[in-house]
Design a protein. Structure first.
Length: 397
């Protein structure tokens, strides 16, 4: 069965599902979904209109309504919750594949591909999680579900499918020249320094003297089992993994498309690194609207946005240097684990450095590390950029 036929079946099933959910919940939320789907049906003979509406609305409607369907099944069959949740997990990962291959894959202009991919990432990550009322809050399943890692994996599946559909190879682990001692030393050194900066960034918010800023760290203040914000350790770990998987997947797409957009510019790679980092930083503004326990104050969001630009530059350079997407995902995940693992004691009292100084130091640290890695390995970085943008017929974008 073709992707087009599968998408049509999904479309009609979601119209039926929208009616069922509206009857069950009688909420304006589902009225909106039904109106959008009916409007799309009326315009289905217009290929361009159908494609546009499917790109904007189908991923969020399909994922969200599927989640509510699972909620109904769990409510009706509470004794089969594990089996139903397993089906939800598998179903969610395959849900947007047809619309990806049928609609997103047919976007021709790189800038529109960039906008569409950014929209899909934001909309999918913002969808609801399954409600598990009868599950203990300290269990694996409860934490796994609340972390919304499934939505992060949906973004990864989209990234893989759409890159392949656009005619490029997907590289999760690009071959690296480990026979060169310089490469090995540089990779180990930069990965180690990134871990140090992540810990440094956390502890300089808790330091009461200068020794505690740089080296005399009290690791008892960082404990995922005793986090101030997230009480379920599985939720903390999987939520961090969700950020690493989804946001690094988005970075891959952004870098690829920006390298194509800036193909005629002299500083093509440099502009792509800065552009992808800017997009990554701006996406964190939405954290001001996050629900508990991830809500943040406006001043905290400002720091996070600035810091995200710095670490974004480093991770973009690291990916282009090593060609290893899994490495940037791991470092990103570790950064979120540390940030979320600060204990109640770690958040009490006045610190040595004011927020502006803390933010400036964090940003400077990441930018310096990114610049060192880039300047000492410029040819390798540019070579990886060339490989990423080579399409199936061997022409370079």
């Amino acid at each position: 069965m073709t992707d087009k036929k599968v998408l049509k079946i999904q479309f009609y099933l979601n119209i039926i599902l929208a009616v069922v959910l509206l009857f069950k919940y009688n909420d304006v939320y589902f009225w909106g979904y039904l109106i959008i789907l009916v409007l799309t049906l009326l315009l289905s003979k217009n290929a361009k209109a159908f494609k546009l509406l499917s790109i904007i609305f189908f991923p969020i409607i399909f994922v969200d309504q599927f989640t509510f369907l699972i909620n109904l099944l769990i409510k009706l069959l509470p004794h089969f919750i594990t089996i139903i949740y397993f089906l939800y997990f598998i179903g969610a990962l395959t849900l947007i594949v047809p619309v990806t291959k049928e609609s997103y894959a047919k976007i021709k202009t790189p800038i529109f591909r960039l906008l569409a991919s950014s929209w899909l990432t934001v909309s999918v990550l913002a969808t609801n999680v399954v409600v598990l009322k009868n599950i203990e809050h300290d269990t694996f399943l409860y934490g796994f579900n609340n972390s919304a890692i499934t939505n992060g994996l949906v973004v990864f599946v989209y990234m893989y499918c759409v890159i392949k559909s656009w005619g490029y190879r997907f590289y999760f682990n690009l071959p690296f020249n480990f026979s060169n001692k310089k490469n090995i030393i540089m990779l180990i050194l930069t990965a180690s320094l990134s871990i140090w900066i992540i810990l440094f960034s956390a502890f300089n918010f808790m330091a009461i003297n200068w020794s505690e800023v740089f080296w005399n760290w009290n690791f008892s203040l960082i404990n995922p089992l005793d986090s101030k914000k997230v009480k379920n350790v599985w939720e903390l770990l999987f939520f961090s993994a969700r950020a690493g998987i989804a946001e690094e997947s988005e970075r891959y797409i952004n870098l690829l498309l920006l390298l194509i957009i800036f193909k005629s510019r002299k500083l093509r790679v440099e502009w792509s690194i800065l552009g992808s980092s800017f997009i990554f930083a701006l996406s964190h503004i939405l954290n001001v609207f996050s629900a508990p326990p991830y809500q943040m104050k406006p001043d905290q969001v400002v720091h996070q946005v600035v810091n995200a630009f710095g670490i974004g530059c480093f991770l973009a350079v690291l990916f282009l240097y090593s060609g290893k997407l899994w490495l940037t995902m791991l470092i990103h995940t570790f950064a979120d684990i540390v940030a979320l693992s600060i204990t109640s004691i770690g958040m009490i009292g006045e610190t040595l450095l004011d927020p502006f100084t803390q933010t400036f130091i964090d940003l400077s640290s990441w930018l310096i590390l990114a610049a060192i890695l880039f300047l000492f390995n410029k040819q390798t970085v540019k070579h990886t950029a060339t490989i990423l943008t080579k399409n199936k017929n061997r022409k370079l974008q």
